[in-house]
Structure formats: C-alpha cells, structure tokens
Ligand binder design. Structure first.
Ligand code: HOZ
Length: 428
C-alpha cells in the first residue's frame, strides 16, 4: 500500500469522502488521490516521492507556479509582522488600488476569504440595490456553494452528477433562473418575459467549471445591453478568469464593463482570499457605509494580502501574459494534433492560460454539450497522464491552468506524455 493510499484510508474515517473539497477525491477519474508533500515551480511531489507536472495550480490561484520566490519572500516578511490583526492594514488598500488600476470597473473593493463569500455578497448587494429578488445564472456555471448557486451548477456538482443540492430551500432555489450559456435568444426571451424582476445576471465570462467554454462573440455584450435596458445588474464572476485570461481579466479581454465583479484565486496568490467590487455607488451600499451587511474576521488578512499583491505585481512583468498565452496555445494545439493522429475526436480551447479539452467532436457551447462529451475517455486519459507524471484536474468539468513556471520544455514534455496517454486511453 502506498503512503497516499494509507493516508486516504485514514482520511476517509475523519473527513467526508476523505477530502475537504469534493473533486479532489478523484471519484470521476478513479484511483486514489495522491497526497502532496511539497510543491515548487510547476511541480508537485507526493508523499511517495513521485513528481507531477501540475496543470491544476491549486485550481487557479498559482499563476506564478508553486512557492514562487517573490511571493514566498512577501509571505515570510508579512508573517514576521504578525499574521492576523482584525484591524485595517496598508496592504488591503494597496491591493484594492492595484485591482482598480487593472480593472477600472472595480471602483471599490471589499475583500473576503473565498470566492463563495464573494459571490454570495455580490448577489445580496445586487438584490438590495435593485430591490428585486430573482437572479439569472447559466447552466454549468459554478459560483461557489452558496444556496442560490447550487442550481444546475458545474464543478463538483457536475463532476459527481449530483442533483441540485438537498438543504437548499426550494423558495430560495426558485429565485434562481437558469438558462444555457451562450443562448442569446433564450436570454432575450427571458428578459422580455421577466427582465424587470431580475436583480442580476451572474456569469462566468469564460466558463471554467464545466470544462472550458468560451463565450460566443455577442453573448456578453447582449447581456450588458439587456441588463441596462431592464435595470438588472451584470455580475462577472471572475474568480477564475480575473488576472488569468488577461492582465485586466475577462472584462478587459471581452471589452465588457460589469456592474459588479467577484474575484478570488489569483488575488490571494494561493492564500484564502476572495473579493467583490464594482461601481462605487453600489459598493457604498455595503456596511458600514450603507445598510447591506457583510463582515469577516479574516477579511483583508495581512499575510493573504501580501501574497496576493506580490503575485499581482509579478504578473506585471513585460510579456508575462503573452508568454503564458503562447505556451498555452502550443499545449492545446499539441493535444489537438495528437488526438487527430490517434483518430480521437476532441475539442480543445483556451483563453490566456486557462484551457480545457473535451472528448467530443464539438463545438462545445454549453453545459448540455459538455455533459455529452465522453467522460469515460477523459477518466482513462487522466489516469494514463497521471501515471506519466502529468497532473490534470481530476474531472472533465474543470478547466486547466498553465503557470509562469511552466517552461517551453515542460510544454514539450507534456505534449509527448499526453499524446502517449491518448493512445493508452484509446487502447483500453
Ligand atoms: N470547486 C473547485 C474548482 N472549481 C475545486 C476546489 C478544490 O477542490 O480545491
């Protein structure tokens, strides 16, 4: 029995499913999750001494790779000054200023401790500002595990094939309207029917929780126009895409200005940070300036702020995003070419360094099409890739991430291994 297997057995006695977050349990791909002993750059090393080239990157935050020296220095320096104050500190201001400079739509920011908190608070704010209750979300989008969002959700809910979660009051779920992503006519029809009852539309601008799905060119501009016409707010959930798909996030890449933006992952550099922000007139409704209540003991934690700031600053080096995008494009093209050679139908795509691959002829425009892809083939490919030292997200319904630590040689190695893994996945 390997050390990971031993640990997993112990874990299952004390943690539901042996994990603290469902997708990690490897249920969709089979096998035992490996337990990580340490990580550096683009590599994870498990407790059995095996190393993996990592395309999960802690599910998105680690755009610089693991234990980046600049972030490590910032964390060390911050920890030495004390690690939780429960009072204001300068890095909170610096982080908000940094975000506003790179995402001008985020005129004011409130930091929280996770993406889930950010989306929950953003929707509460939208409801308060519009005095309306209903929200529109899209099938297969995942906005954390808040009650309002566990309706046709992606990520772990999709991975495990779960129904909408028990425990969510029907009256609350009933306030969440869902439509297929990219279905502009359906959104148009919904707004015509009940646009004036919608507090907000919340959307992952590039979907990363049903695999990777890119938006149709007119999709977000239509959402923006319909929200404006009907007095609903547009919330871009940029927890995954923020500072990932471009220096200014998806809103910069797509040229769409949302009313509110939710952030997480990269802004914490791998520490537990989320944030929501947007139009100053809306954010001034948040307590203590306004009546919309939201608070947190660890919000704006000095160590987390330091990690986030150091990460964001590193991404401002000239050519950073261009290099990442070029390497990701090469990876995705390499996989697609290999699949073609093997006679396997795949659809692969990326935006910046966020990418995904489906075992399907494509195109994949929405959750229904993503679910119709061959998840059995994905599981076999995942296992074969892992055996060859490449760690992909253990679910067909998650995006992958390339970091600044992945070199051109890493990408070449990965293409070779994933090519062979495709052959093995087909043979089995
Ligand atoms: N829901 C997360 C990714 N979309 C998974 C988080 C985790 O397992 O760490």
């Amino acid at each position: 029995m390997s050390r990971s297997e031993e640990l997993f057995e112990r874990a299952r006695a004390v943690l539901p499913g042996g994990v603290n977050s469902p997708v990690r349990a490897f249920r969709a791909v089979g096998g035992t999750p490996f337990f990580v002993a340490r990580a550096a750059g683009a590599q994870l090393t498990d407790v059995d001494g095996r190393t993996y080239l990592d395309y999960v990157g802690s599910w998105g935050p680690l755009i610089l790779g693991h234990a980046h020296p600049a972030v490590l220095d910032a964390i060390r320096a911050a920890v030495e000054r004390g690690w939780s104050y429960g009072t204001p500190c300068e890095p909170e201001v610096e982080l908000a200023e940094h975000v506003r400079r790179r995402m001008p739509a985020v005129e004011m920011l409130r930091c929280v401790s996770s993406g889930t908190e950010a989306t929950m608070a953003a929707v509460r704010l939208a409801r308060a500002a519009t005095r309306r209750d209903a929200i529109l979300k899209f099938e297969g989008c995942y906005h954390g595990h808040g009650d309002s969002f566990l309706v046709k959700a992606g990520s772990g809910v999709a991975t495990l094939g779960l129904p909408d979660s028990p425990g969510v009051p029907a009256v609350l779920a009933g306030l969440t309207v869902t439509l297929p992503f990219n279905d502009t006519p359906a959104v148009d029809a919904l707004f015509r029917r009940q646009g004036d009852t919608l507090a907000a539309v919340i959307v992952e601008p590039y979907v990363g929780n049903s695999g990777f799905i890119a938006p149709a060119p007119e999709f977000h501009t239509t959402l923006r126009a319909l929200c404006d016409r009907h007095g609903a707010l547009l919330i871009f959930d940029e927890v995954m895409t923020g500072f990932r798909v471009a220096a200014g996030g998806a809103q910069e890449r797509l040229h769409v200005r949302p009313d509110l933006t939710t952030l997480g992952k990269i802004i914490g550099g791998g520490m537990p940070v989320g944030a929501y922000g947007g139009r100053a007139d809306l954010m001034r409704l948040v307590a203590p300036e306004g009546p919309v209540y939201q608070a947190g003991t660890l919000s704006g934690n000095p160590v987390a702020m330091a990690a986030g700031l150091a990460t964001l600053r590193e991404t401002e080096r000239p050519g950073f995003y261009e290099t990442l995008e070029r390497r990701t494009a090469r990876l995705v093209a390499g996989i697609a070419n290999a699949a073609r050679r093997h006679g396997i139908a795949v659809t692969a795509g990326h935006a910046g360094s966020m990418w995904g691959m489906y075992f399907a002829r494509g195109p994949i425009r929405n959750f229904a099409e993503a679910k119709a892809a061959d998840t059995g083939a994905f599981a076999r490919w995942h296992r074969a890739a892992l055996a060859r030292g490449v760690f992909l997200a253990p679910s067909a319904f998650e995006a992958g991430f390339v970091s600044g630590a992945h070199t051109d040689a890493d990408i070449d190695f990965t293409i070779t291994q994933l090519d062979a893994a495709l052959g093995e996945a087909r043979a089995r």
